[in-house]
Design a protein around this ligand. Structure first.
Ligand code: SAJ
Length: 403
């Protein structure tokens, strides 16, 4: 018999996972504390823009395999996919994870598996186990494991199935059970380890990307200072069989890469030198983009800011450098800045600049600042750019060279 699964947190990870598990024939009980989210999902409408999720949600509800709840019902597997944001002091905020643990405590039974998927500092799974044991001293065997997700927004449904996956238990039995659970829907390899290793693996993956992008951004500043084309430099360097430099940009955004490195650095601050340095490079790159655009605005130029989302072809604004840069410029140069983002219907709160259509933005003179490489921007006729100052942080309008 496939296990019943109770999933806490129906967000970017919880909802796609719930919908996928239901499509595999498992009975899934989705829990979200937000009544508005539950109401929207109950109507078959996904509150995240992610391909395939809505269709599977709708099917899960129709077949009755997926149900929605305010409080966690009993199950064999409990999966925690709640947010772990960064606090004002850069310390990870674990209150949602602990609240989820307190919420499942009354529903737990002997031999249940509790899987934490939220990005978490090293040692979180052990702390959750301690909390559950304190709340339910009557329970004998309870199996806790950490199973970090590594899916890319925009490709979540594919990557949930195809990617290799790490699952680390607090005991070998918990690891065995976590690995067996993921095999219900993962086609990639499921790699068992211990919980703390799995927690560090997740943080290492995102910190690696952050450090690599910081390196690309540092190269972009060096290349600019020497009048060189950083894109050309990186393309040629990457032809070395053991070099793979990522792309420069206006800085790193999103809910993971800009946040998780701090979780890792906090594990041993005295040992972490490179990780904070990468974050500092990121801040410096954002400041540099603002300074270049400000120089144009000071000379009287109107600024056309292309993109507000944190990366291409999504509507997600979390930690977005594009949004932060545009808002900073709008505040300094009121009335001189317009923003364009075809993925947004309304300007985000606090932007301080109008959100206009592409055609309207280009109807008047103005310098162009490319902040997000949305596909729609790549299609802008080159004639529209003629005679305008251009700051292209993404290399979007760079002429491709062969070789
Ligand atoms: N970026 C660059 N240059 C690049 C690649 C990305 O500037 O070459 C920027 C993007 O524009 C964006 C930010 O980095 O602002 C992050 O975007 P991303 O596409 O690298 O990653 P996310 O945040 O959408 O998803 C990451 C992924 N982690 C890794 O690739 C190691 C994903 O697999 C994780 O599941 C996700 O974080 C997460 O939830 O942790």
């Amino acid at each position: 018999m496939p296990p019943r699964v109770t999933i806490l947190g129906l967000g970017y990870i919880g909802l796609p996972t719930a919908a996928l598990l239901a499509s595999r024939g498992l009975r899934v009980q989705g829990v979200d504390t937000n009544p508005a989210v539950r109401a929207q999902l109950a109507a078959g409408r996904a509150h995240i823009a992610e391909p395939e999720v809505e269709a599977l949600l709708e099917r899960g509800l129709r077949t009755g395999l997926l149900s929605l709840h305010e409080t966690p019902p009993p199950a064999e597997v409990f999966l925690l996919a709640v947010p772990t944001p960064l606090g004002p002091d850069r310390a990870p905020v674990l209150e949602h994870v602990f609240a989820a643990a307190r919420a499942i405590a009354p529903a737990l039974a002997e031999d249940n598996l509790v899987l934490i998927e939220s990005t978490s500092p090293i040692g979180t799974t052990a702390r959750v186990a301690e909390l559950l044991r304190a709340l339910r001293p009557d329970l004998g065997a309870l199996h806790l494991a950490y199973g970090p997700e590594r899916v890319l927004p925009g490709r979540i449904m594919t990557e949930l199935v195809e990617n290799d996956r790490v699952a680390g238990g607090l005991t070998p039995e918990a690891t065995r059970r976590a690995v067996a659970f993921y095999r219900h829907f993962v086609r990639g390899a499921v790699l068992g380890t211990d919980a703390a290793t799995a927690e560090m693996v997740k943080l290492a993956e995102n910190a690696f990307r952050d450090v690599n992008i910081a390196f690309a951004n540092e190269l972009s500043l060096i290349a600019e200072a020497r009048g060189l084309d950083v894109w050309r430099v990186i393309a040629l360097a990457n032809r070395h069989p053991r070099v793979n430099i990522l792309r420069p940009g206006p800085g790193v955004g999103g809910h993971c890469i800009a946040v998780d490195p701090w979780f890792l650095a906090a594990a041993a601050p005295e040992a972490a030198r490179l990780i904070p340095a990468a974050r500092a490079v990121d801040a410096a790159k954002r400041a540099h983009v603002i300074a270049r655009a400000a120089a144009l605005a000071e000379a009287g130029e109107r600024l056309i800011c292309l993109g507000l989302a944190f990366k291409a072809d999504v509507e997600d604004l979390r930690e977005s450098p594009a949004l932060a840069i545009t808002a900073a410029l709008a505040q300094r140069f009121p009335g001189q800045v317009v923003a364009v983002d075809p993925h947004l219907a309304a300007p985000p709160e606090g932007l301080g600049a109008p959100l206009v259509a592409l055609e309207e933005a280009f109807a008047a003179p103005g310098a162009v600042l490319v902040l997000t490489d949305h596909a729609a921007f790549a299609r802008i006729p080159r004639a529209w750019l003629a005679g305008r100052a251009l700051i292209d942080t993404r290399g979007l309008f760079r002429e491709e060279e062969s070789g």
